[in-house]
Structure formats: structure tokens, C-alpha cells
Design a binder for this molecule. Sequence first.
Ligand code: PA5
Length: 472
Amino acid sequence: MLRYDASDALKVLSEDQVRDAQNQLLEKRTEVFRDAELWAEKGQQAEAETGKSPLDAGFLMWPKNQLDEYEANGNGSLVGQIQQAAAAIQAEADRFVVLGIGGSYMGARAMFESLCVPYHNELPSSARQDGGTTIPRIYFEGNNLDNDTTSGLLDLLKATCQDSSDRDQRWALSVISKSGGTLETAVAFRLFRQALENYYGADSEESRKFVIPITGESGKLRNLSNERGYPTIFPIPDGIGGRFSVLTAVGLVPAAVMGIDLVELLRGAADITEQFRTADANENPVLDYTAVCHVAEKQGLLTRVLSTWGARLESVGLWYDQLLAESLGKEDRGALPLTVVNTRDLHSRGQQHQEGTPDKLFTNLIVEEPSSESLALPEASRNEDDLNQHAGKTMPRFLRAAIEGTNQAYREVKRPTADLILPKLDAYHLGQTFQMLMLATVLEGQLIDINPYGQPGVEAYKKFMKENLQGE
Ligand code: PA5
């Protein structure tokens, strides 16, 4: 299981307040599970009873329910169907484009960067093998209105895909939007759909089977998908909001195409949900992390820095930035989440974090074991760089020195720091991390009386943007 160690932070924050917060959170935990049960029993009617509108508590028990369904129904279950759809894409296409924005793509990107080998897309298909399966290259678009990146990807597809009878020159896409009406994604989908239809033929079987829409039960994308007759459409269930949907088809379809083990992802999430439900304070990372964050905020530490130690976790941090900002940044309140990648950002933000405004809580996100063999510093016959003194030391050893050194430096100036430790960067522990951070966000919302679901504030820009588009 992942571990949370706040012993350093507790030298700065009030231990009594953290203990009080833990006790309060034990009660709030019951309410969090009660919301989930109410939602499961009554669906939308539960909103009136809880006063939360929307009430998107469906994510809590989702991982366990999907695992149970998979065990009972195998290929007929949602997980089984996603695995089969992904296997068909892997067998028939070498490039897979994921169109979506916010909660409809950030989780998939986090999985791609953390769990696929670095430089995955640069490798030839012969080196992107996983037990005899070739893993397609993965691209993300539809998450912006950037003319150059969009046309850059369209140009790349055109330049590299010229013979549609060759697997290595075929591409497919998934369009992901719960509402089905988000303009950024819809604009990109129309552009990529046109490119796809030009390549395979407008009425060809390929122009349909190489599009996987993932959307809510109703809306423009659902209607369009039905009309076009796309054979594989996956639902985004009611009761699970965008940024809580990483373990639904939204994240699982891209993950399966990437060759990630869905069962392990879900198992990690289900296990930490159970631990959250049953474990006492001080043995419960969700609860302990929430208590420390809450007390820090009460003491005026309004910025929550998630220091990821290693570049592969940056997108996990960005996923979390979105989760926390959109969930609790409401009613003129909410801490500011900030992801940094260390040691990289010690050379861009380290000065401010050491000596700037003391308004930050640091959480280190640390992976204990690298996934690849450790690189050792070679001995050199000429020692101009004076590194021979460290010859034989491995890259993880240097990283450990940097983590300990940074923690010590912050400790000496009373900048509170805690560690969130993943024994390994694999599907199981990433599933735990996603679920832990979603549970902590909802638990904190329960404590401070903010509905973590929905993002009413985002509607303002959409409305004005649409009005602006009515002009020339
Ligand atoms: O968390 C959320 O709900 C948002 O970030 C949405 O995921 C995002 O706005 C995209 O919405 P949709 O999936 O409806 O296109």
C-alpha cells in the first residue's frame, strides 16, 4: 500500500489540531460513505436529501463494483468489453489519438506518462511490444484551442499514414466528453473525423470502427455517435463527474490501449477505499493527509505544493491540480494546488520555496523503486568533473540525497513537509494514488462544507465564449 508520513510536517503544524482534525474526519468519513450509499440507492433523488447538487458520489465504490462484475461476467463485463475494444485497436492501428479536456483526458495522460516507457512514441513498433501485442503510439488533443499543435498532429498523421492497408500506417481515435458539448473537444473531433474519413473513405468500415466515443447517456456526442453508427461506444455513468472519472471508460479505454493492466488499477483503488473505510487515524493515508492539509490551511498555508520526485509523475500532479482546484475552489475559498517536478524545479522555484512567503505545505510524491535498472555513475580515467568520488553510486542514490537534503533544508526554516510514498510506479499503486486523492478531496469538502462535485464557475467563460463566437 502507499504510505503517508507527516512526521516532519508535525514539527511545524500544531499536533493537537491535527489530532482534532483526524477525529472530526472519522465522523465525516461515515458521511462520505453514506452519500455514496444514498446515491447508489436513490440516484438523483439523493441530491435533495444531501443538499448536494450534483452528488457525484458514484466513484467511491466503482472500482470494487467493476472488479466484482469482471469476476462474474468476464468478457461481458465493462472491463472485459474495454479490453476487447483495446485489443482490436492495438492489432489494427499504430497511432491512437485521445480527444478530451479536463477530467476527460488528464487521467489518461497521467497514466501514459507514468506507466508507459519514457519516449514510448519515439520507439518503432518492434520495440513497443507487450507480451506479443504492439502498443500504439498515443497522442492527446482536443484539450485546447491551439491551432499549431492541432495542425501539427494532423500533419504528422498525414505524413506517417499513407497506406491504410498497413497496420503501422493506420490510426484511430477516441473522443471523450461526458456532456458531449464541450467546444474544444467538439471542434477537434470534427477536424480529426474529417481527416479520418478522408484517409479511410467517408463510408468505410474503418471510418467507424476506428472511432471510439466515450460519453454520457445523452447529449450531442451521444446523438452524433448513434447517427454515425459507431460500433463501439462506452458510457460515462451518471453519478461520476469528469475529474472523478479516471477509473471509468474515460481513463480505462486509453489505459487498455496503452497496455496497462486495468484489473490492477481497479484493485489498487478498491483496496485503498477499503483501507480508508476501516483503518484508524495514523494508519489511514486518506484521512491523515486530509487532516494535515486542513490544519495547514487553517494556519494560513494556502498553497499546496505537490513535489513529484521524478518527471514521470508530473501529469499525475497536474491531474490532481485540476481535481483539487475544481472541487474545492469555491465560495471564495480553496487552497491553491501547485505541482512541481524535482529536482528540476529546485532550479526554478527552490529559492522561493526556501525563503519566499511562508504560505506553503509541501507533499513529496516519492517512488521508492525505479521501474528500470538503476544507472550507476561510471569511474572515469580523467577526473576533470571530480565525480570519481561518487563513482558506483546510482541515480536513485543521488535522488535520495536530494530528497533528504531538501527536506532538511525546509525543516530548518520550518516549511512543513510530508511524504506520500509509492513502493513502485505500477498500475496497482497508481490506482491507489488516484483513488486516495479523490477520496481526500471529497472528505475535505465534507469537513469544510463545500460540495466537491460540479464546477459551476467554469460555466461563466463558456457562456461568454459562445456569445463572442456569434460575431464575425
Ligand atoms: O471535472 C470536470 O467535470 C471537468 O474538468 C470536465 O471533465 C471538463 O470540463 C470536460 O467536460 P466534458 O467531459 O463534458 O467534455
